[in-house]
Design a protein around this ligand. Sequence first.
Ligand SMILES: Cc1ncc(C[n+]2csc(CCOP(=O)(O)OP(=O)(O)O)c2C)c(N)n1
Ligand SMILES: [Mg+2]
Length: 921
Amino acid sequence: MSDAEVLGEVDPSVLAASGQVPAEMDLDPAETGEWLGSLDYVLKSKGEDRVRYLVKALENRARQEGVEIPIETTTPYVNSIPVKKQPAYPGNRETERRIKSIIRWNAMAMVVRANKTTDGHGGLIGGGVGGHISTFASSATLYEVAFNHFFRGRGESGYNGDIIYFQGHASPGMYSRAFLEGRLSEAKLENFRQELQPEGGLSSYPHPWLMPDFWEYPTVSMGLGPIMAIYQARFNEYLKDRGLKDTTGQKVWAFLGDGECDEPETLGAITLASREKLDNLIFVVNCNLQRLDGPVRGNGKIIQELEAIFRGAGWNVIKVVWGSDWDALLEKDESGLLAQRMTEVVDGQYQKYVGMGGAYIRQHFFGKYPELLKLVENYSDERLEKMKRGGHDPEKVYAAYKAAVEHKGQPTVILAKTIKGYGLGEAGEGKNIAHNQKKMNEKELLEFRSRFGIPISDEAVADAPFYKPPVTSTEIKYLKERRALLGGSVPSRPTTHPTMETPTIDDYRNFMSKQYDNEKISTTNGFVRLLKRLVRDSKIGQNIVPIVPDESRTFGMEGLFSEIGIYAHAGQLYEPIDRKDSSQLVGYYKEARDGQILEEGITEAGSMSSFNAAGTAYSAHGINMIPFYIYYSMFGFQRVGDSIWAAADMRAKGFLIGGTAGRTTLNGEGLQHQDGHSHLNAMAFPTVRAYDPAWAYETAVIILDGMRRLYQENEDGIYYITVHNEDYEMPAMPEGVEEGVIRGIYKYSSKEAPGSKARVQLFGSGAILRYAIKAQTILAEKYNVSSDVWSVTSYTQLRRDAQSCERWNMLHPDQPAKKSYIETVLDGVNGPIISASDNVRAVGEQLLPYLSQDYYVLGTDGLGRSETRTALRRHFEVDAASITIAALYRLSKTGVVSTSTVAQAIKDLGFDAEKPNPLFT
Ligand SMILES: Cc1ncc(C[n+]2csc(CCOP(=O)(O)OP(=O)(O)O)c2C)c(N)n1
Ligand SMILES: [Mg+2]
């Protein structure tokens, strides 16, 4: 390996792309000097604008003459804000340093204590429960400057604060600060990651579900924080543009890791932020150059890479690379050689410099060029070693934040260079193992204590005790004062929420019965008619937020475009092609500043982020917004399940409408569209109430009752409702079925075969309910079997209820047993029961343990395929013939029907008994 490779240099073309000109390429230094001198003169006499103009004019002339000038997306590897533009630091540096040191100590102690093993004699009882030290160690300054000078608390209204996405693994630092602010007790800190302790504990990461008065936004699944922040910032503008809340001044901050930028979600939506000119949005990327296993870009430079990406996407980019101790050197660096050296060294090499001592840095970093060695000839090795990175220098960080909050017309990203595990010394500073560092030995603790000047004795230090100065101390007074001035502590989440009156089922009874009479429509169409009515409802119309990822026309929603408008901050700058003249008021693609629909384009991840912003508006902004996110059910739980999980964590409320659902109902499309398993996925989400309605009135009842529960009764929950695109006649709602629709089952129809002893129960859901009804007729007319048909709107809700009952009965054996809803409904009803749906069998099979009757489930297990509905339903064995055969078969087991009748039916109904099992074909 050559020396150059060891030192991690990049070739001249890479340097050029970073806005650097390698020194050895200067063929005529005297001429260069003249040009630079002229530039200095113009800058001094005429100012920056004139320099910008001249440089651009030179570039244009060169291009006109055919000189190829590379388009640069990066700038040299130095701070974006030069010293002379740096504002004075407004705080007390010394007090802030003391506060930060104590916060560092307690954050570290929390994790170390949680991981010490018990001595069995009343000593430390940490449970080896993990935790992270190094992430916060690297970002303490980034947070503390913000806490002391920028983060706005909720203020008097309770809803005027900044919205902050804290980097998940930095949570110990946030707890540690809350401890000093007097918001968390020592007992809570002691129970970090042990939430079931009697005094309560602290959740590992930001989880509003677990700490509802503290955390607001879950971030630890990497990539979700950044994308949610973007859509949150846009949603704040939406609220303002629609006149629902003045969100001016509320910034959205997202703190993220440099490794996290590899997640597609992190960078995938950044152009939305620049397109929408979201200057209320600030990303702070903690560039400690490391992720979990090792360097983020050992052979390159993550800061330069991210600069190019964000700049290319139209963001304001502020690099915070070097601390103040480098200022004097850069000032003296007239030839630009130091900046060049900074640019040419790769990240893996920078990581190596950490903890290697000044002599190594002198030899390997400055030693490349004799001029640079000379530059530091008066610097001791010790001084060289201590020269900080920008992200650890409050003055540089303050300058960046101030520039970011004042910047207009663009979102800002701050790329701050730090050291992972900063201050941990031997225990992990800058080491590849830093991420998982959880323990420190006595020597390391002593060093940490001394380095940060924590008043804990040598004897006590081994236990890593928490330290809190008295409330009368300068530190505590200062930190509390700062927060009071900034509007209160963060993070904080309100625990009482606004309620609103929602329309009742009775209000919509007329609508439901009239709308669907004798008309063939799909449940999707039924839903869209309801939505159109709801957006006009005087109680809640304004609060509804329809969200679609480019599928409005698929669902027949385009009528809403011109009626309520598509939200666009810029309004509509063009004449829409489908608007014939200005007299046409309806039926065209209308974008408007106060538009209500969020038409997100093809991004389920983005749409879910909007759902989460709207769904938490009640706690973030004090307004009950009601999101209806309407999408292809196949691209929901399967594709963005993690975002839905985050929605549950953050207590988002709203309606997920899974359109084009059903493995056989979406005919033709094939296996990447035909969803038969989203209900299987949904059942794992505890706050998601999943329904597969068959009739338009069922959908309406579920939604109206859902709105009452969520916004009037203040329950936490998300509704998942699948709707289908098959047109059929929608009956008017029968009397007295509302409770059954909501709880999951009700009897729909009965058919008697006169004089017959044979009776069967048929459960049907969604589009397959009609096949149960068809089978009912066949069974009665051809095989002399009576039956009852039940519409099962939610197996998942029925199971949850039955499971809870069963659990209660088990734990209260001496008390009268409770009956589940399904048991109550089926009281005195004999089996067999045949269940059929357009979902995998496991959805129906949820009831198996809770039924005393014989229970047999049909479903659509297997990958989908292109075919007609009729062919698909036979293939997957959920058509009327399949249900009939299954019913006769189960009856034959009881002896009421003979096996020869089953065989005859298979023949009569043209069913190929030897056809392959759809599960595997
Ligand atoms: C989606 C997802 N994948 C993987 C992880 C596991 N994980 C936790 S932290 C981490 C490394 C983080 O590196 P970086 O983003 O650079 O943050 P740092 O700790 O260096 O500040 C990984 C891979 C996760 N939390 N989420
Ligand atoms: Mg990192």
